[in-house]
Design a protein around this ligand. Structure first.
Ligand code: AMP
Length: 187
């Protein structure tokens, strides 16, 4: 299956994505992780990305679309993948539709994890990443509300949205995602 994990920063997409990936054998493609690797390698993309990430801003659509187009074309993603952190804007979602259509593929489901803002802020402040300082966290949530949250409606209209409660224990959220996946598989 080709899946997108959607939701605000700090909701648990990375943790849950890893678990879904291990359970099903589809690679987890995290665009934030890809950017953090570029930063640690000191590449030119890494230098541009770091400045934006530290301010809680998004890297350009063109760059991100190029990264995802390449990564989803690799051999391990042939039978499915889980995207975490992409798409984050309507142009990215449109591009993903186009990329898959050209390959004769479709996005099977968008699993949308939700949790109240106070809870995601608390979770982010406790994990201590360099872009997890309070001012940056607030900025990232604002960017999420403005640029990414519209994707919930976008995918609802396409009939691909499956909503899952992101509150609760890791096991409860995982079970919710598995139920949504079963629903998507039989849709
Ligand atoms: P994440 O690990 O998904 O929270 O991403 C960390 C940071 O990487 C974000 O705050 C953005 O600056 C950048 N980033 C990750 N994915 C994308 C994307 N699809 N589009 C633009 N910027 C992204």
């Amino acid at each position: 299956m080709r899946l997108v994990l959607l939701g605000p920063p700090g909701v648990g997409k990375g943790t849950q994505g890893k678990r879904l990936s291990e359970a099903n054998g589809w690679p987890l493609i995290s665009t934030g992780e890809m950017l953090r690797e570029s930063v640690s390698q000191g590449s030119s993309l890494g230098r541009v990305a770091q400045a934006l990430m530290d301010q809680g801003l998004l890297v350009s659509d063109d760059v991100m679309i190029g990264l995802v187009e390449e990564r989803t074309n690799e051999a391990d993603a042939k039978n499915g993948f889980i995207l975490d952190g992409f798409p984050r804007t309507v142009p990215q979602a449109d591009a993903l539709e186009g990329i898959l259509r050209e390959r004769g593929q479709v996005l099977n489901a968008v699993l949308s994890l939700s949790a109240p803002a106070d809870e995601v802020v608390r979770r982010m402040l406790s994990r201590g990443r360099s872009d997890d300082l309070e001012a940056t966290v607030r900025k990232r949530l604002k960017v999420y509300d403005e640029q990414t949250a519209p994707l919930i409606e976008y995918y609802r209209r396409l009939g691909r949205l499956f909503e899952v409660d992101g509150l609760g224990t890791m096991d409860e959220v995982h079970a919710g995602l598995c139920r949504a996946l079963a629903g998507a598989a039989s849709a």
